[in-house]
Design a protein around this ligand. Structure first.
Ligand SMILES: Nc1ncnc2c1ncn2[C@@H]1O[C@H](COP(=O)(O)OP(=O)(O)OP(=O)(O)O)[C@@H](O)[C@H]1O
Ligand SMILES: [Mg+2]
Length: 321
């Protein structure tokens, strides 16, 4: 009988009420995940963002079968991640990828390919293709001990892709990299996104996922405190300030009897002021009654990092005893 489930509608990654409690020293219980519910559709690029200790690595380890949940479900293409069969669909790059410094890049990648049951020639071809993709082909004969941290991360991505996974899971792939190393890794992720691969990666920084991720999940202290697009996250900010551009004639003077966020003069008697949202009407009235002309009014977006910090602080406040 044909299956009634459309395979493309099965989430690539799903967690259902996922709980993880570690046992610390003196039997102290550390709740790393509190009923985490995540769903990542096939082909989606998902950024899993949170501060230190939020639970990102714990979630990723459970998804990759390297750790076990206390309760709840972790599914890959609908199958429990604890099943080896389910994990065939994933490629994984850990938080700290470490390799013996004596291996030559091309030889090690080819050897990994053989471990994946590829024939020698197929394995060599695959290694060559992947080294090109991650920009390391020119360094294929180098020992890994000569690689920078950024190059090792890119090598790790190549390794994770050897068996053609449909889901790539990366734990903080840009952590500890300089801006150029970070851009190189992000460029690879942008290229991979175009191939239709499901990408799931963790980061400390919301700004990093901008322009790359279809969806973000923000996790703090084991709680998923936001899931959606960055546009939806920004739209939650209903108290953002406004910029007003105004024009006064040479004789006109205007003073506001409330604090402005900023005031700057542009040319031709045009100036810009910043006002809190609740003072917008008052500012517009003051401009009109002084005979000034309002040229434009723009809502000011908060920087993503500011939104992130506010969200985390609010969540921490809600959990405080
Ligand atoms: N093996 C372990 N034993 C006990 N507690 C642990 C263990 N691993 C993680 N934890 C705790 O679980 C919580 C979540 O840790 P996790 O490593 O998942 O966070 P993270 O979001 O990956 O942080 P980071 O950004 O620093 O990598 C933290 O409180 C951490 O101390
Ligand atoms: Mg981590």
């Amino acid at each position: 009988m044909a299956s009634l489930v459309n395979p493309s509608s099965i989430p690539a990654i799903q967690t259902l009420d996922l709980v993880k409690i570690y046992k610390g020293k003196k039997k102290k219980q550390i709740q790393a995940l509190n009923s985490l519910n995540l769903s990542v559709e096939q082909g989606m690029t998902f950024g899993f963002v949170g501060p230190n200790g939020a639970g990102k690595t714990t979630t990723i380890k459970i998804l990759c079968g390297l750790g076990f949940q206390t309760s709840g479900k972790a599914l890959l293409m609908g199958k429990p991640s604890a099943f080896p069969e389910a994990r065939k669909s994933i490629g994984y790059l850990s938080e700290v990828a470490s390799y013996s410094p004596y291996f030559v890049a091309e030889e090690l990648l080819t050897a990994y390919g053989k471990l994946q049951n590829l024939a020698v020639s197929a394995s060599q071809e695959k290694a060559e293709k992947l080294l090109k993709m991650v920009g390391l082909y020119d360094r294929r004969k180098s020992r890994l001990g000569e690689f920078s941290k950024g190059m090792l991360q890119r090598f790790g991505i190549a390794q994770a892709l050897l068996h053609d996974p449909s889901i790539l899971i990366l734990d903080e792939p840009t952590s500890g990299l300089d801006p150029i190393g970070r851009q190189e890794v992000l460029k690879i992720l942008h290229d991979l996104k175009k191939t239709g691969l499901t990408l799931f990666f963790s980061s400390h920084q919301l700004i990093e996922v901008e322009g790359l991720c279809d969806y973000v999940g923000i996790i703090d202290s084991g709680d998923l405190i936001f899931r959606g697009t960055l546009a939806e996250l920004e739209a939650q900010e209903t108290d953002s300030p406004f910029l007003i551009r105004l024009k006064l004639s040479s004789e006109q003077r205007i003073s506001f009897n409330f604090p402005l966020l900023f005031q700057r003069n542009l040319e031709d008697h045009v100036q810009e002021i910043g006002v809190e949202r609740n003072l917008l009407d008052k500012a517009l009235n003051d401009i009109h009654s002084s005979g000034g002309e309002v040229v434009a009014v723009f809502p000011q977006k908060f920087p993503l990092e500011e939104i992130f910090v506010k969200l985390i602080s609010k969540h921490a406040g809600s959990k405080a005893p």
